[in-house]
Design a protein around this ligand. Structure first.
Ligand code: PHB
Length: 395
């Protein structure tokens, strides 16, 4: 049996004070025995299937590299964050303080991520974000120990506005869930759509995770915009797509979205999803050997089709194996670990990508349309798009 110790050093405390402005000791784990990896993901609620896809992807990438991190075996820990922001700090501390993880992988929901971000900044624990797009995590609250392998919330929608105007839709209604991810997705849409000459005639929202869309769909029908653009994801996205068709809007008012709208939901949404156009940093149909090999392997291992969340999890696993290999498993060698992760080229199913200065992927955005339960690429809506990293000082 391995015993693990929590070592708090004076110099680590000083590092912590410098990076967060708080006099909290940073955590330095003893580097013997297994690497402790904690998943903090939604395993219940509207984002439950996203959490599962992310975990699958992480495990698959690490298994493909031999199932170890820098030569060390792994002990896994899991917390269901329920996409509940009010429990974010408490849940992150279950992994960091109770389970003493070396790395925390999470999460999906931007509000919950803010809790993880606080714990990551206070403790100095390595934090890998496999989805949540909240701008602050790689913006004003960025940190040397926090890396995102997914996107910022405005990245997909910054590519959406012009694509819609190019397709002839000059007046749009925007609809979303009323929380930070929806608001930040809207900011990207507003910037790109108005710059391209479009007008947003109405902004609509329901509270997260409500799926009571009926009243707002009736309102959209009466406004008669040229198109609708939205941010929804997971179970709620499938319901929105079905309700949109059931309200008689499909085929009359084209539906667009940040690409999460059509990720992991195409079986549940059925034909109601056909023709929806979205922008996203991945597409099922990317015609590369890398993507094909990934899709075949994932489908045979998990008996389901991968989606963007599986890809983001997979890339998180790749990043972690590369970082750990560079320091031969000594995750306390933080300077070398972060440098390796900052310099890494991730050979992703989405295409190769690298980190921006603020630790967020620089990546292409594809324009996609749903056809026969698949997101098909119909163009590249933005090349090598970086997040602004606004306010990020690594300190
Ligand atoms: C988020 O809350 O940041 C979020 C959640 C689900 C998505 C995308 C972003 O699909």
């Amino acid at each position: 049996m391995t015993t693990r110790r929590l070592v708090l050093t004076r110099s680590a405390a000083i590092v912590g004070a410098a990076s967060t402005g708080l006099l909290l000791p940073q955590i330095v784990r003893a580097q013997s025995g297994k690497v402790r990896v904690g998943f903090m993901l939604p395993y219940t609620g509207t984002y439950a299937q996203l959490g599962v896809a992310i975990e699958n992807g992480v495990r698959m990438a690490i298994d493909e590299k031999g199932g170890k991190l820098g030569g060390r075996e792994i002990e896994w820990f899991k917390v269901d964050d329920e996409s509940e922001p009010s429990k974010g700090v408490e849940n992150a501390n279950k992994l960091v303080q109770r389970d003493k993880v070396d790395v925390i992988i999470g999460t999906v929901h931007s509000g919950v991520q803010m809790g993880i971000q606080k714990v990551a900044r206070d403790s100095g624990v390595l934090s890998l974000i496999p989805n949540a797009g909240v701008l602050a995590a790689t913006g004003a609250l960025c940190a040397p120990n926090v890396f995102r392998t997914s996107f910022t919330n405005s990245q997909p929608t910054l590519a959406l506005g012009k694509a819609m105007v190019d397709r002839g839709h000059k007046k749009a209604v925007w609809i979303t869930w009323n929380y930070s991810a929806g608001a930040e997705a809207f900011a990207g849409f507003k910037e790109s759509y108005t710059k391209a000459g479009g007008t947003i005639v109405k902004e609509l929202a329901v509270p997260f995770p409500s799926v009571e869309f009926q009243a707002l769909l009736t309102e959209i029908a009466s406004i008669k915009p040229d198109a609708v653009a939205c941010f929804f994801a997971g179970g709620g996205a499938a319901k929105f797509i079905r309700d949109y068709a059931a309200a008689g809007l499909k085929g009359k008012i084209p539906l667009y979205g940040s690409g999460f709208l059509t990720e992991g939901v195409l079986d549940a949404a059925g034909p109601a999803a056909d023709g929806i156009v979205t922008t996203m940093h991945y597409s099922d149909s990317l015609d590369t050997p890398r993507n094909k090999q990934f899709r075949t392997a994932y489908a045979s291992q998990f008996k389901m089709q991968p989606d963007v969340y599986a890809v983001q999890g997979y890339d998180t696993g790749l990043l972690l194996t590369m970082g750990a290999a560079a320091v031969k498993g000594d995750l306390n060698n933080k300077k070398a670990l972060y440098a390796a992760m900052e310099g890494a080229t991730i050979d992703s199913p989405r295409g190769k990508w690298k980190m921006s200065k603020s630790h967020n992927p620089i990546q292409d955005m594809y324009l996609r349309v749903v056809e026969n339960k698949e997101n098909k690429v119909i163009g590249v809506a933005a090349k090598a798009l970086a997040d602004s990293g606004a306010g990020c000082k690594m300190g």
